[in-house]
Design a protein around this ligand. Sequence first.
Ligand code: TK8
Length: 354
Amino acid sequence: MTRYWLPALATASATALGMGAALAAETPDLSDPPPIEGETLEDAGSHTIRVGLGLAETSPLYISTEHFGEILSERTDGRIKVEVFPNSQLGDDAQMMEMLQTGSLDMTIPSTSPATTYVPELAVFDLPFLIPDRDAAVAVLQSDVALDLLDEFEGSGIKALAYHENGFRQLTNSEKAVASPDDIEGLTIRTMENPVQLSIWETLGASPTAMAFGEVFSAMEQGVIDGQENPFSTILTSNFHEVQDHASETRHVYTPFIIMMSERTWDTLDPSYQELVQEAAEQAAEYEIQLASEYDDWSREQLEEHGMEVTRLDEDQIAAFQDAVQPVYDEWEDEIGAELIEEIQAIVDDSADE
Ligand code: TK8
């Protein structure tokens, strides 16, 4: 399995993997998040928190999760340890959320899309071209409107702590360069397990199939599907370019991740530890969003260097996709809530004025 590291982040990445000082001479230009202020805790016991992730250990998600563990370990003199299990080895997003409910796993960080099973309004993030750029994304993720959706998990057995970035999704396929909605006709595309995602690709004329992330590589390798869509960093760190010759910079959906804990685990934590975990999750989220944005362009360049053809789309070409998927809004507006959609759109518009 080939591993791709963003050079500027080699130190952080190497540290995250315990790879020592070999790469330490490279300069990470990302500052570490500030330490958590407050007392170190003596009497709150020891905990090992197991975190399952769908993505590889080279992903910004994994690196920031290791960082989350470092913050907690430092702040508790090693009384809280975090163990991270990447590559869907404990299950896919849906399975790991169920494991949180039963208490057989402590944490996971799924995309919002499969989490709509618990909080249907999260499907607002599945709407195409809702979030145009990262400034808008950050404004939305920090808004009360978005944070209130995390509270909606209450009673599900899952404690949602913070948003991370999965990122702007790009289409890849093994068949042809895609530059217009017409090019999509007939392609079999894997989507996340979410009805709005299915509806996007049906509307564009593809034959979509919902599938867990961990099955996507082999489905493409075996030709069961022609393509999939994910951020460039995931396409690279999951080695999708080995089985996909074409990518198109469609940026059709911005997907957040949610950092979640089992309510059962949460309840075993002393309130002072709960506060630390919440703060560490927020710090890790800030770090992850920074990492993810650094990885985005770099990953696209790496993919091109590895022979993937990346089709860039100009404004008119993007507008053609945007027009083509308008019916998705009509179809889902009532279900998701027109008011919620408008609130998010208003935050996006404000972020453009600043
Ligand atoms: C990883 C997934 C993934 C998501 C997907 O667990 O399923 O395509 O984008 O990255 O959450």
